[in-house]
Write a protein that binds this ligand. Structure first.
Ligand code: SIN
Length: 294
């Protein structure tokens, strides 16, 4: 375990967060913090650690729904739990991911949360509520490491590309079943899922690092190339993004909280369980993705 100061060494920040790295590239367990009452100094350090380590885990937190929303509100501005899916009755910021729900949608495809909206969330806060005896892990891929480990000619190719993200495949039927009325997103009630365009390479608004910003969950195609070219490029990028050395995997325990940066990661919920699995997710409002200018 190392103690890493993630902010300039002003006296109030000297203590640092206790971070246990999960691999050479990204991911860390954060020790010694109670998410029900983090100090402002800890929150400032957490924001920095999230950009640097991309996925943070907090073991043994005993959060109720209201505590999770309160913590997420310290991290940023929570969005509705989901643009389309039903949210928790008492907390519109919570998206219950409940495998016992008849309309449950497995997240067993690599994706970055809600990229089918023009302003996808910057970060997600996921809490393990009920777990199967075994299985139900989540994996994350580091999209910046993946971009940086591409060869230079391929980086140059993808730097200039734009992709379409379409939520209809995953959520279109759900929205229709619910009378075409979703939740409020970006100040408007979602009544349809118009496909949106994002750069294939996203420049992180805080670190300035570039990362791949396409995912098999929501990206439908690349703009301005043939179908065959689009498929070939996306297949190449997905295979590269999800190489084992670009990924980490978390075995959940009830009470764990995971926080990830959607601007630099993709994730995958392993569908290998037969008993109920219930998670609660809150997402934090993000910017419109921006690509490289050179
Ligand atoms: C998600 O896709 O945001 C949830 C992941 C999970 O349930 O593990």
């Amino acid at each position: 375990m190392t103690t890493i100061a993630t902010a300039p060494a002003t006296p109030s920040l000297r203590a640092g967060l206790e971070l246990e790295r999960l691999g050479p590239g990204f991911g860390a367990i954060v020790h010694g913090i109670d998410l029900r009452r983090p100090t402002e100094v800890q929150m400032e350090q957490l924001r920095g650690a999230l950009v640097e380590h991309k996925v943070l885990f907090f073991r043994g937190q005993d959060l109720a729904d209201a505590d999770q929303v309160a913590f997420a509100s310290r991290l940023g501005k929570p969005t509705a739990g989901h643009p389309v899916a039903a949210t928790a009755a008492a907390h519109a910021e919570i998206y219950p991911i409940d495998s016992t729900d008849p309309e449950f949608s497995f997240s067993d495809e690599w994706h970055t949360d809600v990229t089918f909206m023009q302003t996808p969330p910057a970060a997600s806060v996921l809490r393990a509520v009920r777990l199967p005896d075994t299985g139900g892990d989540t994996s994350w891929a580091d999209s910046q490491l993946a971009y940086e480990s591409l060869s230079e000619p391929v980086r140059r190719l993808v730097d200039g590309l734009t992709a379409v993200h379409d939520g209809n495949r995953e959520w279109g039927a759900y929205l229709r079943r619910h009378g075409g009325r979703g939740n409020e997103w970006d100040g408007r009630t979602v009544t349809g899922l118009t496909p949106v365009e994002h750069p294939v390479v996203r420049v992180h608004p805080v670190s300035g690092r570039r990362g791949l910003f396409v995912n098999p969950g929501f990206t439908s195609h690349i703009v301005g190339v043939s179908d065959a070219e689009s498929r070939g490029i996306l297949d190449l990028l997905y295979a590269h993004l999800t190489k084992p050395e670009h990924t980490i995997r978390h075995r959940w325990a009830v009470g764990d909280v995971g926080v990830w940066d959607n601007r630099s990661t993709a994730h995958y919920a392993n569908r290998d369980y037969t008993q109920p699995r219930v998670m609660a997710r809150v997402t934090i409002r993000g910017d419109r993705p921006v690509g490289p200018t050179t």
